[in-house]
Write a protein that binds this ligand. Structure first.
Ligand SMILES: [Zn+2]
Length: 73
């Protein structure tokens, strides 16, 4: 969906990208990994305007950060 811009559920090409953001006090579309909003990982969303299906994506550069925090040892 991210690359083809085609909905896997209904095959619609009416896809929009909703960028992640960080608001005050950690609001917005992100994953908190620390005490401040500066350490949040942004979650970008792709939404099919035809059926409402959405996918969430995280920047590749942020994956090691999440791994470090959430991967069990
Ligand atoms: Zn769809």
């Amino acid at each position: 969906m991210k690359y083809k811009k085609i909905c896997p559920k209904c095959s619609s090409t009416d896809i929009i990208m909703i960028p992640g953001n960080t608001g005050a006090y950690g609001s917005g579309n992100n994953i908190q990994i620390g005490l401040t909003s500066f350490s949040a990982v942004l979650v970008h969303r792709y939404l099919c305007c035809n059926c409402g299906y959405s996918e969430e994506w995280i920047n590749k550069k942020d994956i090691p950060t999440l791994k470090k925090k959430f991967q069990s040892k």
